[in-house]
Design a binder for this molecule. Structure first.
Ligand code: ADP
Ligand code: MG
Length: 221
């Protein structure tokens, strides 16, 4: 297994009582799976993705990622794990406005302390692969939404993660841009074995995956 959540609960306390964001979540994900998470707004989809991505804590249950007990790890060790193995793709791209395409792609490598010559080679590969060599000096605001999301995905892939977590990655795109992103995910999954967990509202996008998890009020139904 790539990862396994067992009996995960997450809550916030409000007015002295618990409001559950996730309840009794059990999920085992094998390497190479492509999973779609669906459910109404507020059902806990982003919370679940953030827990899997180790960006959010949880209150009860166990989480094992590549045989490491995430729930027992110190923050530093956890950060090391997700930086090494997980790439995030967001609905609103989350590119850094003040940095060029080149610099945005380079950022995760700087966090990982990859040395300069290797950074150059990896960014060049990614620009090439995404046919963005001519756009490397542009800023995010000079790109279309579809192009920004491609940069977002290229940035997520540059550290060669085992797992891509994508939270409504096509939510701000038109249907042909969305289709392009889904084709890219399909190719990454089938040809490179990258495990993908995506949140989507679209049945059509969900069908690219091999399994659907439906959430309702923080519970998998
Ligand atoms: P989804 O992504 O399915 O729309 P979310 O995971 O963002 O849902 O949120 C699930 C529910 O938890 C929502 O009702 C949201 O308002 C609430 N929520 C999320 N994060 C917090 C938080 N840190 N404190 C309190 N409530 C939260
Ligand atoms: Mg959400």
């Amino acid at each position: 297994m790539l990862l396994e959540l067992k009996n995960i609960y997450k809550w916030v306390t409000s007015g002295g009582s618990r409001v559950f964001l996730l309840k009794h979540i059990n999920l085992a994900v094998a390497e190479g799976e492509f999973i779609s998470v669906m459910g109404p707004s507020g059902s806990g989809k982003s919370t679940l993705l953030n827990v899997i991505g180790m960006l959010d804590n949880f209150n009860e249950g166990t989480y094992t990622f590549l045989d490491e007990p995430v729930h027992q790890l110190k923050e530093k060790h956890r950060a090391h794990l997700y930086k090494a193995y997980i790439g995030f793709v967001f609905q609103a791209y989350h590119l850094i406005d003040e940095l060029t395409v080149y610099e945005n792609l380079e950022t995760p490598l700087l966090y990982q302390k990859v040395k300069s010559s290797e950074r150059k080679a990896l960014v060049a590969d990614m620009l090439d692969r995404f046919q963005m060599v001519g756009k490397k000096d542009l800023f995010p605001s000079q790109l279309s939404g579809g192009q920004q999301q491609l940069v977002g995905i290229a940035r997520a892939l540059i550290t060669k993660p085992k797992l891509i977590l994508a939270d409504e990655p096509t939510g701000n795109l038109n249907s042909s841009q969305g289709e392009e992103i889904m084709q890219l995910f399909k190719q990454l999954n089938e040809e490179e074995g990258v495990t993908i967990i995506q949140v989507t509202h679209s049945e059509k996008n969900a069908a690219y995956g091999s399994r659907i998890i439906n959430l309702l009020d923080g519970v998998a139904v």
